[in-house]
Design a protein around this ligand. Structure first.
Ligand code: NAP
Length: 194
């Protein structure tokens, strides 16, 4: 059964998803507020198509620091090799898994998932290296953070993308939707210069 793996994430213009200490407050700058009904950036419509979120443990720990659990009863699979606690919200549907991305996708497919939302920088990078990401919706925030947690970093592989859709918002956000070229031979290994 085919499973689609998607990324939906916000990044600074210089490619960071969080400050070096994991802070994401810069995403919630009041200057970015749009009129009611325009602040969603397609998130709810995207989430409605998602069967399960697969997120790295660092992203999960950040979400646990929020005032409330934001995913309701949506299935969330946290990737970790550490013993982590589930959220206190009784509605939360969280399980823990680890191992190669292909095995994680296979287990979710077995459980009936058709669309996975892959989240967290390192986690996205692991899934990209494994050739498992199908599409990425990246909202570019008009800020240069200078340093931080990278969305892509040194992937060690060159991955051609096809732009499917691009939308600019009045607050300066630019949302690009890419399809990943998956044909063999289109991915190129990149020699590290270090
Ligand atoms: N800008 C945005 O829209 C956005 C979205 C999401 C997250 N963020 C931010 O990004 C930061 C987190 O990203 P990150 O790149 O640091 O890390 P991450 O991808 O959230 O988590 C990485 C960690 O997850 C565990 N993990 C990942 N894949 C695994 C696998 N296959 N098997 C076992 N364990 C696995 C490993 O830790 P252990 O095994 O040690 O647990 C790994 O070090 C947070 O600050 C978060 O707030 C921003």
């Amino acid at each position: 059964m085919t499973v689609t793996c998607s990324v939906y994430i916000a990044a600074s213009l210089d490619g960071f998803i969080a400050r070096p200490d994991g802070d994401i407050d810069w995403l919630h700058n009041p200057a970015y507020t749009l009129p009611d009904g325009e602040n969603d950036f397609g998130y709810e419509a995207f989430m409605a198509t998602v069967d399960a979120l697969v997120m790295g443990s660092y992203s999960y720990e950040k979400v646990l620091s929020f005032d409330s659990w934001p995913y309701g009863a949506k299935k969330v699979v946290v990737l970790t090799q550490r013993p982590l606690s589930p959220p206190t919200d009784p509605a939360a549907n969280v399980s823990f898994d680890s191992g190669p991305p292909a095995n994680i996708v296979a287990r979710q497919a077995q459980a009936g998932a058709r669309h996975l939302y892959i989240d967290g920088g390192q986690t996205i990078q692991r899934f990209l290296r494994a050739g498992l990401i199908d599409q990425m919706i990246i909202t570019q925030i008009p800020i240069l953070l200078g340093s931080g947690i990278p969305l892509f970093g040194d992937l060690g592989v060159e991955i051609p993308l096809r732009l499917q859709h691009s939308r600019a918002f009045a607050n300066g956000f630019v949302q690009n939707q890419y399809q990943i070229e998956k044909e063999e031979g289109r991915r190129k290994k990149v020699e590290s210069r270090r």
